[in-house]
Design a protein around this ligand. Structure first.
Ligand code: ADX
Length: 213
């Protein structure tokens, strides 16, 4: 059993309220905040979609920012490996960071393998309804293996990487993602377009009139 997340070891701390509300921050930016959580196998196309969408959004004046698994493992999560417990801690940290970005009124694009359903659901529960948009970036294991952009599938097959997702460590696909993007049968432009359309249709790119839920 993996250690429960978010155990608090600092009891004598108190929440300090700010003087700027989230609706005020969102009004200043002209759109609401949200976390787009891209999950899928290594090589499925999560980062490619995230950086392409970030560019489109920023060009439209939207405050968007990518949090990427490989990148964050160079800093914030450099002390973590790929055991189940370390991946859980990785997703917990990123989930908390993403929550802060959302509170700041940004659209944060999170590209993480995040293979465990329980970990993703934990992040969803930490956020308000509508703040967490789960996107399954779908490509078959064979396709990811054939792409192998970083040569990791080859290394894992040769026994040089332990606990490799899809080979020696499980991937649990989302049961009810807000969106599924098939990168084997759709182009990058189509997938970025589908995400953009989702954001537009659900009012994410406009400031909210009322209070957030
Ligand atoms: S997660 O499982 O904890 O969500 P994360 O997204 O941060 O993973 O990092 C995954 C990236 O690390 C992959 O894209 C791949 O480049 C690299 N990687 C290195 N070792 C592994 C491994 N054992 N399993 C999966 N990805 C790995």
């Amino acid at each position: 059993m993996v250690q429960a997340m978010a155990e608090q070891r600092s009891p004598n701390v108190h929440w300090h309220m700010g003087q700027v509300s989230r609706p005020q921050r969102e009004a200043a930016r002209g759109h609401r905040g949200a976390a787009i959580w891209l999950t899928g196998l290594s090589g499925s196309g999560k980062s490619t979609i995230a950086v392409a969408l970030e560019r489109v959004l920023v060009e439209r004046g939207v405050s968007a920012y990518v949090l990427d698994g490989d990148n964050l493992r160079h800093g914030l999560c450099s002390d973590l490996g790929f055991s189940h417990a370390d991946r859980t801690e990785n997703i917990r940290r990123i989930g908390e960071v993403a929550k802060l970005f959302v509170d700041a009124g940004l659209i944060v694009l999170c590209a993480f393998v995040s293979p465990f359903r329980e970990d993703r659901d934990w992040v969803r529960k930490r956020m308000a309804t509508g703040d967490f948009i789960e996107v399954h970036v779908l490509a078959s294991l064979d396709a990811c293996r054939a792409r192998d952009p970083k040569g990791l599938y080859q290394k894992a097959t040769q026994g040089q990487i332990a606990e490799f997702t899809g080979l020696s460590s499980p991937y649990e696909p989302p049961l009810q993602p807000e969106l599924t993007l098939d990168t084997e049968h759709s182009t990058l432009e189509q997938n970025v377009g589908a995400l953009l359309a989702f954001l537009e249709e659900h009012g994410y790119l406009a400031a909210r009139a009322g209070q957030p839920g």
